[in-house]
Design a protein around this ligand. Structure first.
Ligand code: GTP
Ligand code: MG
Length: 588
């Protein structure tokens, strides 16, 4: 989890008028566009329905976040992770493991070697496998005798067994590089489809999601040594529908079941209570628990390296790298509000396909231009950027997503959540939320997103997804985004004036580029990046001159210079592929 810095700087901003919000946005006669523009919703409907979408329904009812989480956590407990040779007979491997029970699913991936994720149908199969697994004989070092669900499988006769054996098929665990992405985007037939292409390339795959739950479950095995009733759950972008391949894995050590008291016996003359160690505050309890679990992960956790205890952060955490899974993990406890934020984002991301497509694209755009960073600092975070995109979608006419207050009005009794005095109530049942009547295309939404935030009165207004309305800023941070649950807090308090300035300048530049394309002022040839692809070119940033409206040269000259910074090896193949959409099906 990104740490939060506090910087208070006065800030004011000029308005920048950008005209034209029509739905017909591209120069007539551009051959790469389809003649019939699909609306985003139609385009979405044409996509191959993913397993994720199919799995998230019970009959016609969509599952709740809690139901999906519980299922995946249970599935993870029946799963093992096996380091194996790349050249192995998959059939023999599965036959060998089947001796311990029925296998529901399996897949291979690469991370410091080849790994197999194998899900058994029964948990007992794991005990059976552990019974026949030996501890490693290491000559010069000593192995810590902790029996986990992380195994190594070797061949008895490598030279004969691996000969003539093709390497197993590995599922991808990372995104393609930006240059390749730009090329792919250029072969889409509309900006809307560019956004969906980007999302298909970047989103977490079903396999990667399973691996995230498995990594949590392996950490839970360690924490269970002290707290047998605990659970370790993923939160943040791993589960909120906005996760990108390679994003960090935020883990929540949930000790709530232990703290929950059974109803007091009504009969009998006595009360029985546990004797427990007392500490001055919940924060200190969290720090001590995390410190100790951090030591266990460091000392006994196979594959866990680089353990850092960051206990003085606003939200204390243990950071480590789970090498076999390939994730950087942030383990926190006593963080129920963040869990609730993840569920809220999950709901927004599940309501309309345009929400995720827009958020993925904006996040990717921000990352490419250094608006966001993996290093903590005065930058806008992905969480803040997501809030900005959601706010923008609430402000459309008609709105594409409801406000948090409207979701609260739809809540049932079981949706009521008061956490540390904060009202975190909202409807968790997706079926209760009426679909929007807004039919705007993503072409329009992307361009208007940049126009909207290029003009936003950041100097006086705050962003508030609870109300879906700008409000006066209660304090002079350059960027004020109200925390949806802890309402007195600004989630973007860390952002300084110059970072906000960069964001606004880039947003204006991108609004301008998209509008030039719409109105036909751009004289690009077909081989040049266009639409979203053009916005991802590194030289977009170099055209933003801080604080000034710059004089613009002819679009063709500007784009030519953008192109100089990007090596496009395969421009002809893009022109010649007939403008087909190229969706990757490997994820779902
Ligand atoms: P990436 O990791 O960048 O892909 O996105 P993320 O949404 O997972 O963000 P991050 O890992 O930084 O934080 C994990 C979760 O913690 C978020 O999804 C939020 O629920 C919560 N969180 C992060 N930053 C803040 C903040 O400033 N305030 C509050 N209240 N919660 C935050
Ligand atoms: Mg995260």
């Amino acid at each position: 989890m990104a740490s939060r810095m506090e910087l208070l700087l006065p800030w004011c901003r000029l308005r920048f008028p950008v005209s034209g919000t029509s739905q017909t946005r591209r120069a007539p006669g551009r051959p790469r566009l389809s003649q019939v523009r699909l609306s985003s919703t139609k385009a979405a409907a044409q996509r191959v329905p993913g397993r994720e979408e199919a799995d998230s329904k019970v009959g016609t009812r969509k599952k709740t976040f809690t139901e999906v989480q519980a299922e995946r956590l249970e599935q993870a407990q029946r799963t093992v992770l096996i380091n194996c040779p790349a050249k192995i007979s998959e059939k023999k491997f599965l036959t060998y493991l089947s001796h311990h029970g029925k296998i529901n699913s399996h897949y291979f991936y690469e991370s410091y070697g080849t790994y197999a994720v194998v899900e058994f149908s029964e948990k007992d199969s794991i005990a059976s496998l552990q019974d026949v697994t030996r501890t490693p004989g290491i000559e010069e070092e000593c192995a810590v005798p902790f029996k986990s669900r992380l195994f190594t499988l070797t061949l008895k006769n490598p030279s004969t067994q691996a000969a003539n054996q093709a390497p197993v098929h590995c599922h991808k665990q990372s995104t393609i590089v930006v240059n390749d992405l730009v090329q792919k985007l250029c072969s889409a037939d509309s900006v809307s489809n560019q956004l969906y292409t980007l999302m298909d390339e970047y989103q977490l795959t079903e396999e990667n999601t399973k691996l995230r739950f498995l990594a949590c479950s392996l950490i839970q095995d360690i924490a269970c040594a002290y707290f047998p009733e605990c659970t370790v759950k993923p939160f943040g972008s791993s589960v909120n529908t906005f996760g990108k391949l390679g994003c960090d894995l935020d883990m929540f050590l949930d000790l709530d079941k232990i703290g929950r008291s059974p109803t007091r016996a009504k009969t009998g003359p006595f009360y029985m209570e546990y004797q427990m160690k007392r500490v001055p505050s919940e924060r200190i309890a969290s720090q001590r628990i995390l410190s100790m679990i951090g030591d266990c992960i460091d000392n006994f956790g196979p594959g866990c390296v680089g353990v850092q205890k960051i206990l003085n952060a606003r939200c204390p955490l243990v950071r480590f790298s789970h090498q076999p899974a390939g994730f950087q993990c942030d383990l926190t406890t006593n963080n129920r509000v963040a869990m609730r934020s993840s569920e809220l984002l999950y709901i927004y991301g599940s309501l309309d396909s345009r929400v995720r497509a827009l958020v993925f694209s904006v996040r990717c755009w921000a990352r490419v231009h250094g608006i966001t960073s993996t290093i903590p600092g005065p930058w806008i975070t992905n969480f803040s950027l997501t809030m900005m995109a959601l706010f923008f979608l609430q402000k459309r006419t008609p709105p594409i997503i409801p406000t948090l207050d409207q979701l609260k009005d739809l809540a049932d009794a079981e949706d009521k959540h008061i956490i540390e005095g904060h009202d975190c109530t909202f409807a968790s049942n997706l079926n209760k939320i009426k679909p929007t009547e807004n039919t705007e295309t993503l072409d329009v939404l992307l361009s208007d997103f940049f126009e909207y935030f290029g003009n936003f009165a950041f100097n006086k207004n705050s962003i508030n997804i609870r109300k879906g309305k700008e409000q006066n800023k209660p304090e002079p941070s350059p960027l004020y985004i109200q925390n949806p649950f802890e309402r007195a807090l600004n989630i973007s308090k860390n952002v300084n004036e110059s970072q906000l300035d960069r964001f606004v300048a880039l947003a204006r530049e991108c609004a301008w580029i998209l509008q030039q394309e719409d109105t036909g002022h751009s004289s690009l040839s077909n081989s040049q990046p266009w639409g979203l692809a053009a916005l991802l070119l590194p030289s977009v940033a170099s055209h933003c001159i801080k604080g000034k409206k710059r004089k613009r040269g002819p679009a063709s000259e500007r784009i030519k210079s953008l192109l100089d910074s990007l090596k496009i090896n395969n421009a002809n193949s893009l022109v010649n592929n007939g403008g087909k959409r190229t969706f990757s099906n490997q994820t779902q």
